[in-house]
Design a protein around this ligand. Structure first.
Ligand code: ADP
Ligand code: ADP
Length: 219
């Protein structure tokens, strides 16, 4: 069983690719950001704690994050693996994932690093819209809904995420550089890092990742 890791700056396309990989490989898409947003919507104690950090563009503390993701990976649908989007985001989280994998007899990797030039992110974040009901993701220019302002899947209203405001995005990118970028070297040293060009249409990025997975499977 496999934990496929998807890494990249905010807006690189992790969620977009993780969803497509989930469909292609039949493994659940596990997004720590989505899990936090669910807790926030449900008003749980974890949601209340997480929101304080998310609104400032800071990371939620490791302990709370690791406990939440471990709980998700214990669920039966993750018994043959998962596509991890946005977790791990720190070295202690990466260490914790190794421990979880050991407990569940899973392999960590490949870790796909989706690379996008920083100047592209402004555009990606400014145009991102999500639906109120379930967080389905669109882009005003690159992935517009059929009807402006309405989710194709569930008909709910499309809104901008609070933490996608430019000021918060700047913090998130700084936090990424400091705490998350070291994971690239972490996974490279374990021999499972795969660099992917994220600066191309969504389908081309998916094709690049699936080609790498095909090559790995053939080895
Ligand atoms: P993006 O897709 O733009 O990278 P996410 O939806 O993954 O953003 O995450 C939104 C916010 O949730 C992050 O800015 C952070 O505050 C929090 N978060 C998500 N994943 C983690 C994590 N693994 N560790 C700590 N905080 C996290
Ligand atoms: P992340 O999860 O890394 O924060 P998302 O998958 O949410 O990134 O993508 C950020 C925004 O950019 C979304 O509005 C998405 O529709 C759009 N997007 C994702 N991948 C691409 C791509 N390859 N080309 C253009 N826009 C993209």
């Amino acid at each position: 069983m496999l934990y496929v890791v998807v890494l990249g700056v905010p807006g690189a396309g992790k969620g977009t690719q993780a969803k497509r990989l989930s469909a292609a490989l039949g493994l659940p898409h596990v997004s720590s950001g989505d899990l936090f947003r669910e807790h926030i919507q449900n008003g749980t104690p974890l949601g209340i704690e997480a929101q304080r950090h998310i609104d400032r563009g800071q990371l939620v503390p490791d302990e709370a994050t690791i406990g939440m993701v471990r709980g998700r990976l214990e669920r039966p649908d993750a018994a043959s693996g998962a596509i991890l989007d946005g977790f791990p985001r720190t070295i202690p989280q990466a260490d914790a994932l190794e421990a979880i994998a050991k407990d569940f007899d899973a392999t960590v990797g490949p870790a796909f690093h989706i690379r996008v030039p920083l100047e592209r992110l402004v555009d990606r974040m400014a145009g991102r819209r999500v639906c109120r009901e379930a967080g389905h993701v669109y882009h005003l220019a690159y992935n517009p809904p059929k009807q402006a302002g309405v989710c194709d899947v569930d008909g709910s209203e499309l809104v901008q995420r609070e933490d996608d405001q430019p000021e918060t995005v700047r913090n998130r990118v700084q936090v990424y550089e400091k705490l998350t970028a070291p994971l690239v070297a972490f996974y490279r040293s374990r021999g499972v890092l795969q660099e992917v060009n994220g600066d191309q249409p969504m389908g081309a990025v998916t094709a690049e990742i699936l080609a790498i997975l095909g090559q790995e499977a053939a080895r």
